[in-house]
Design a protein around this ligand. Sequence first.
Ligand code: BES
Ligand code: MN
Ligand code: ZN
Length: 485
Amino acid sequence: MTVEINYKSNSSKKISSNYILFVDEKFNINDLKKYTSNSEFSYISDLLKTSDLKKDLLFFEINSKKTIFLVSIKKDIKTSDIEKLGAKFHGYLNYDKKNDYVVNSDTVSNKIKNFVGYFLHGIKLKSYEFNIYKSKKNKKLVSISVIGNKNRISIQDQLRFKALEEGTFYARDLVSEPGNILHPDEYAKRINSLKKFGLIINVYDEKKLKKLGMNALLGVGQGSIRGSYLVTMEWKGAKDNSKPLAFVGKGVCFDTGGISLKPAKFMEDMTYDMAGSATVVGLMKNLAVRKSKINAVGVVGLVENMPGGNAQRPGDIVKSYSGKTIEILNTDAEGRLVLADALAFTEKKFKPKFMVDLATLTGAIIVSLGSEYAGLFSNDDKLTNQLMKAGEEVDEKLWRMPLHKNFDKLIDSKNADMQNINYVGGAGSTTAAQFLQRFILNKTPWAHLDIAGMAFSKYGGALNSGGATGYGVRLLNKLIEDNYE
Ligand code: BES
Ligand code: MN
Ligand code: ZN
């Protein structure tokens, strides 16, 4: 289903269409008389007497062509809960045969700015589906017109919602694509096409990466017939040359585990092992579409982790971009190798205000936090607090996990500066994060988000209908909006 939102509509659609009206927590409908006919009003009044007013969404079928929906906006409701109400309403759209709706923003006096916008945003986010490989598509098109004079959403805020939807959907598209389509060569091309939004894109191919000495990243991709890449996306929206905010993503287009091959069951899930990078790309697209007034840079490492005659072996030692050497004890701990070079490069080249990396890095984070929280590891309390707060607000939650020098001995190697796994066992997500921290060389505030449990949802969540979630785009957009814009 595609949902189209039309903000510029006039009031002439009134009365005849399906109507969405906002009411207070008591379902007080006295103010709604002017939007309904007398018979509709008394019909609804009667039914309300026997309705469960604890619900937040009620619908009244006036006739086969018209339904009136009442959405109750409780006092002090959080914006993320309004989005969820929109997503819930989307459920009705699925069953309903009608496809023309009117939302009236007049009908509740509410202190929450843009509550209608959040409601519509929730509908839109939930409506996403990835069906390009289905011969039979759900062709239903629903159009929602917004009318009313009170609580109007400014053109600028409309654009913000729209850009965020586009960025989130772009990230979801990338994550949803299977490994045979979105391999590193194709991925690099797609990112390059974002030039048209004003992003400055630089693609470093294998030849350039070799020159730069990014052997940790290159080692992961060397068993694949596809290329390996590091791609940077710069957005210069600030008037000055202020330091950019940096976002770094793991882009393992498919993770077989390499020579340390994964078991067959659920290996197909490893097509979403590039979700961290997809979030970064989606975020950068969002910033460019809405012409954010900040400087930001996105950096993604794109590789395919395959076994093969040229693949990296357990026991191999590589020299990373930072100069530090790494003994590869398990080729399936590849994400940290890609990020090690991407982080060190980002810090050196862009001298950012902070770096946030996102990665489907460890299965262990799913053991700890399931799919409720992403793991957050950071060397900086201020950045941590900003991220946690943004996460609460958009309901893309984070839970802080420890970093500590005592974990270092678990990844010290006899033969090189470090090894890529902890052989003793335990603290799988922390040792991975502790490994990454070794590549932050200039004390730049840094946070690592392990999103292995968040990027993909088999059964769907509040704001997505199953599949790629786009986790992180809205979180990081909120971080930027609230603290840096
Ligand atoms: N991409 C995986 C982590 C992962 C697992 C993401 C499940 C999403 C769902 C990562 O590259 C990996 O294989 N990690 C290993 C590390 C181990 C070899 C130290 C893991 O978590 O088992
Ligand atoms: Mn792996
Ligand atoms: Zn992986």
